[in-house]
Write a protein that binds this ligand. Structure first.
Ligand code: GLC
Length: 739
């Protein structure tokens, strides 16, 4: 007997209608402010010409582009005539003021909205999102987004195209660096925290910006991890493994949603009415506006789903795409399409109303309220921003190996052989999608010198060619030093958009260098600087200790030194599985049992030539201290929503104070459909002094037990479940529970 818990999402299959907004675009209102806003916008829309309405659906790139360059024509004239709603990549009080003044020359003086990819910090660079996600601390995540919003808004920016919430199982896909990793439950928590950080409690606060949930939907599942490739999955697969972060971001109040480049159910997302109007707007009640990705509306022609850009424009507005980024399909054809009856004007009205409602920013009252030179001067790069960046960077580092507890470096280690050009690279510490002021990045070398360490520095390899260099000098320094610290990894341009790789191994030369250094007999500390899970088996075998430091932004060097010397005890956990071999990819922990479960047995799911298991599993990360877990104990629920509770005691059994991410995984032991062997359904970061014990209790409710079916109905089936707790997705202890 199945328990159907949430009404069928029938609207998903009623795409193409406008139910949330009435025929004339009047939308349901809740508060007096909403009613006042509705009256204002309705009155404004009654004055608008069709050309001015379509103008609000147009976003143009001003100077540099973040995609294939497209013509934008004489956009100055278009702005003055009220035919542009938003601009991309205009930043700085002076520049935004200049363009806003042009918009104020238009007949109805509708303000421009300025948007930019503020993905991980603005001028003060923060760790890349995948690094921040390693903190498993929502306060850390929110604090980072809040600082980014504070600085970006001080530069006149109203809207960031973040958070990217695409679940990623495939480490070959370079954009995993922008997300929160492989788990939908965790990705949903991060999405909520980042939306809250960017938007705060009130968007009229000039220290906040509009957020953007992207890329809707399923972009992280591009086939073979190849950029811009097709996506093909069942609705059940989408709902259970990819959907939740998008839905969480919308429920958190995200102001905008960006469509993905890929197709979904064989329809390009940018013109996919089932997704945009059916699921997002009607079923989830999204009341913000949708924006295409860069050129993705015009690219529907390349998908061979539109005969030309005019056809693409027609499909986009009918599907629920409210604003187009950069290819001008709406600007060139939408007026004509309405005039010739191809597109009912109510579809334009719905889109325009949604865009105008972003006046929650207060721009109609004062179009220049984000143009404050004093604020720009004092907020951007402030000590507060640096403090936030260091706090977040320290908590983004993951300790992967620590043989003989070599770390933290003892205070009497004064002479350090520091090897590797990434130790001095301001550019690479920023990662891709960076807005950071590189001149103010603190590198590891800077921080060690600042700390008074006696540094014997050598490159060891050439950052450009990758070839080994200075080998005899490097080995000589290693022999002289008390400890060897070597930085290996990717360059900032090796992960991110258009940075997919068929081989995610770290360069052989870098790994060989680690082996050579280890042969010197001195313990070697490897610092892995990367934007994705990477394969580095030789280096990690040779190293005494390995810290995954990702790309940590402006405070990289200080954060790494604080961890090396134990000022901060690393607490990060991996948000993505690290494979052992390229052939295993995509490798993720939520595997299904299959009819012949993984084992070394002959007739079982495995490879002939490589192991099944990862180098490091999801949720894994060490500490300078150790934690001991009790067996989980099942407690009764409240007889209503909480079916049961599971309690686990955690003791700090080491000599350092530290933080631990206590994780809850659930397995639906027998179900009507195949279910993963385990799924993360709870996490709690706790701090414990040496010898201290904490009790952690997780509620077991429907949201820990159910799954979505093909019709996107959420179903909980009675039966036996296995509840597992521990410090990563492998080292777990379990208790049975029957619903
Ligand atoms: C890019 C990215 C998207 C970004 C947009 C604007 O192509 O796909 O994430 O927000 O263009 O720069």
């Amino acid at each position: 007997m199945k328990i159907r818990l949430i009404l069928p999402v029938l609207a998903f299959f009623m795409a193409g209608t406008i139910s949330a907004a009435g025929a004339d675009g009047i939308r349901k209102t809740e508060s007096s402010e909403d009613r006042e806003m509705d009256r204002f916008i309705s009155a404004l829309m009654r004055k608008m010409t069709l050309e001015e309405k379509v103008g609000q659906m147009v976003q143009i790139p001003a100077n540099f582009t973040t995609g294939p360059a497209v013509r934008t024509g004489n956009y100055i004239k278009a702005i003055e005539e009220g035919r542009v709603g938003s601009m991309l990549n205009v930043e700085g009080v002076a520049a935004t003021r200049k363009y806003q003044e042009l918009a104020m020359k238009s007949r109805l003086r509708i303000p421009l909205i300025f948007g930019k990819d503020v993905i991980h910090g603005y001028r003060t660079g923060f760790p890349i999102p995948l690094a921040e996600a390693s903190s498993f601390d929502m306060e850390v995540i929110e604090r980072a987004a809040r600082c980014a919003a504070r600085e970006a808004s001080a530069a006149g920016i109203h809207w960031t195209f973040a958070p990217m919430v695409d679940v990623g199982w495939d480490a070959r896909w370079g954009r995993v660096m922008e997300g929160a990793g492989e788990d939908p439950f965790y990705g949903a928590a991060v999405a909520r925290a980042r939306v809250k950080g960017f938007q705060g409690e009130d968007l009229s606060d000039t220290a906040t910006v509009l957020s953007c949930i992207k890329h809707f939907a399923g972009y992280g599942a591009v086939i073979a991890g190849k950029e811009y490739n097709s996506v093909d999955m069942s609705m059940g697969q989408f709902a259970n493994f990819y959907m939740l972060p998008y839905k969480a971001g919308v429920e958190a109040g995200a102001a905008t949603v960006m469509t993905a480049f890929n197709d979904f159910n064989s329809v390009p997302c940018t013109v996919n009415g089932d997704l945009l109007r059916g699921l997002l707007k009607d079923s989830w009640g999204f009341d913000g506006f949708t924006v295409s990705d860069y050129a993705s509306l015009g690219e529907v022609v390349n998908h061979r789903c539109a005969v030309d850009r005019k056809d693409a424009a027609r499909q986009g507005v009918m599907a629920g795409l409210d604003m187009e980024m950069s290819t001008g399909c709406y600007a060139d054809f939408l007026v004509e399409l309405v005039r010739d009856g191809s597109v009912p004007e109510k579809f334009v009205d719905d889109a325009v109303r949604r865009v105008l409602e972003q006046n929650r920013l207060g721009l109609f009252e004062d179009p220049f309220r984000y143009c404050n030179e004093e604020r720009e001067r004092t907020v951007i790069g402030s000590a507060k921003s640096r403090e936030d960046a260091l706090y977040v960077a320290e908590r983004s580092i993951v300790l992967l190996e620590n043989e003989n507890n070599f770390l933290p470096l003892s205070p009497d280690i004064r002479k350090v052989a520091l090897v590797g050009p990434l130790s001095k690279s301001r550019y690479d510490m920023c990662g891709m999608w960076s807005c950071a002021d590189q001149s103010r990045v603190v590198t590891l070398y800077d921080a060690m010198m600042e700390r008074g360490v006696d540094v014997l520095y050598s490159d060891g390899y050439d950052l450009g060619t990758g070839e080994l260099k200075d080998t005899s000098l490097t080995m000589s320094y290693a022999r002289q030093a008390d400890a060897v610290v070597v930085t290996i990894g990717e360059r900032a341009e090796n992960s991110g958009e258009m940075r997919c790789r068929g081989d995610i191994s770290i360069a052989q030369e870098q790994q060989a260098l680690v082996s050579m250094l280890a042969a010197s007999g001195k313990p070697v500390v490897v610092l892995l600087m990367c934007g994705r899970p990477v394969i580095f088996n030789e280096a990690r075998e040779a190293a005494a200790s390995v810290l995954c430091t990702w790309w940590l932004g402006s405070e990289s060097g200080n954060a790494i030194c604080n961890v090396l010397w134990g000022d901060y005890n690393p607490s990060g956990k991996l948000p993505m599985t690290f494979p052992l071999h390229n052939g295993q990819i995509p490798l993720y922990y939520q595997q299904k049992s299959t009819g012949r479960p993984e084992s070394s047995g002959w007739w079982h799911s495995r490879y002939q030539d490589i192991p099944n298991g990862p180098a490091y599993p999801f949720g894994y990360g060490l500490s300078y201290t150790t934690f001991e877990y009790s067996a989980p104990e099942l407690l009764s629920g409240d007889g209503e929503d909480i079916h049961a509770k599971v309690k686990v005691c955690v003791r700090n059994t080491g000599k350092y104070a530290g933080e631990e991410v206590v994780q809850l995984y659930v397995r639906d032991d027998v179900a009507s459909v195949t279910r993963p062997v385990k799924e993360l359904k709870g996490f709690r970061k706790i701090a414990l002094g040496p010898g201290e014990v904490a009790e952690v209790v997780f509620d077991i409710t429907d949201s820990q037990l159910g799954f979505y079916d093909e019709r996107l109905e959420y179903i909980v089936e009675p039966g036996r479940f296995t509840l597992m707790t521990g410090g990563d997705s492998v080292h777990l202890r379990s208790v049975d529970f029957t619903l």
